[in-house]
Ligand binder design. Structure first.
Ligand SMILES: *Cc1c(COP(=O)(O)O)cnc(C)c1O
Length: 378
């Protein structure tokens, strides 16, 4: 056993685990409409949390967050569509593969992975080039701990009537978001800042997003990833397949925690800042150079050690699980997650105290006590 301090999945609070253990009705609305009402209420809570009104619709899908991302791409992309892919991170780049898989032509807008996307530069780019079916971007690109100003960016795309697909899997419920800024499809998942187990994803669709889905001419390739099979479930009183009732109970319990937590974003902000300050004061380098996410800290690997050594010693000698990185960043940095349930002073303190010892034992000379600096700033 170890304490999970990776940037998703996270530790899961007991109230969520208990909610998942309840007796559950058969989810078929024809047999018992009570689950349909619970699902609808839960989806509505997500819509409201991200700022959507009655004309927005959230669907909760049984699958890890990648399903929600794939569903957006599958449902929007038609053969030959030009799709703008904003790429300043591993997940940002990943959208291009999905677009290609569904017959689209990704047009990559590349940005240095250590820098956030710049809405002003994008505004200038759009003046010259705006013939795109839709655009994809990532709010918190977790492998690099990069936070992009997606609300400002989506507002620019809205001026050109270009639908926006936003991967907010790691950020939603940990960083402020408002879909009314111009977000057409907001994708989230349960195992990041909601601190529920992995297994569900959700997509909040704007009226413009729905119009874009309705405007396509060819049939959607795929069934499980077809958003049209989910949207309108309440009016049709039918789900596309048997819903995972226990997962939805867990999600509802996670939303109870989130809705009662009025200092949630503020806490993520100061824990994130204090963690970054501790790391930098100790002489370690943060990976991003601006655009710091508050749900995760990404630290450049110090000279002479490997991510496996750090993660292995943290896990085996201190019972704390950290993470490395993915894709092009694998082996270059390691990460501390401080999202949702783990975004509290105590677990981060414990993590930094252990990390201080591990790095020191591995021969990394640290210039300050990370735990002490973190505690002072919290
Ligand atoms: C976690 C995450 C996903 C889902 O990816 P998994 O590797 O399957 O967990 C998608 N996008 C972002 C930004 C994420 O952080």
């Amino acid at each position: 056993m170890y304490y999970v301090m990776s940037p998703g999945p996270t530790e899961v609070p007991d109230s969520i685990l208990e909610a998942r253990g309840q007796w559950a009705p058969n989810p078929a609305p024809a047999l018992d409409p009570s689950f349909l009402e619970l699902y609808h209420k839960t989806a509505g809570r997500i819509t409201r949390y991200v700022g959507g009104g009655a004309d927005y619709e959230s669907v909760i899908m049984s699958g890890e967050a990648m399903l929600g991302l794939e569903a957006c791409i599958a449902s929007l992309t038609e053969e030959g569509d030009r799709v703008l892919v904003l790429d300043n991170g591993v997940f940002g780049a990943g959208f291009a593969e999905l677009v290609e898989m569904y017959g689209g032509t990704p047009v990559i807008y590349p940005v240095d992975y250590r820098r956030p996307l710049d809405p002003i530069a994008l505004g200038l780019f759009l003046k010259e080039s705006h013939k795109f079916k839709y655009v994809t971007m990532v709010h918190c690109d977790t492998p690099s701990a990069m936070l992009n100003p997606v609300m400002e960016i989506c507002a620019r795309f809205a001026e050109y009537g270009i639908p926006t697909v936003v991967d907010a899997v790691a950020s939603v419920f940990g960083e402020p978001l408002d879909v009314k800024s111009g977000i057409s499809f907001l994708c989230g998942g349960t195992q990041k800042a909601l601190s529920a187990p992995a297994g569900l994803c959700f997509v909040t669709v704007s009226p413009e997003g729905k119009a874009a889905l309705a405007a396509r001419k060819s049939p959607v390739i795929g069934a499980y990833a077809n958003l049209n099979h989910y949207l309108g479930y309440y009016e049709r009183r039918r789900f596309p397949y048997t819903m995972p009732v226990h997962d939805i109970y867990g999600l509802a319990a996670a939303l109870d925690i989130v809705e009662e937590d009025t200092e949630r974003f503020e806490r993520h902000r100061y824990i994130g800042m204090a963690c970054r300050a501790a790391v930098e004061k100790a002489g370690l380098a943060l990976y991003p150079q601006g655009g710091y996410a508050n749900v995760v800290t990404a630290i450049c690997l110090p000279e002479g050690v490997t991510t496996e050594q750090i993660i292995g010693k943290m896990r085996d000698e201190h019972g704390i699980l950290l993470a490395g990185s993915l894709g092009a960043l694998r082996g270059k940095l390691f990460r501390i997650g401080h999202m949702g349930y783990n975004c509290e002073k105590e677990p981060v303190e414990r993590t930094l105290r252990a990390l201080q010892q591990v790095l020191t034992e591995l021969g990394v000379a640290l210039e300050a006590d990370m735990c002490e600096i973190f505690s002072r700033r919290c």
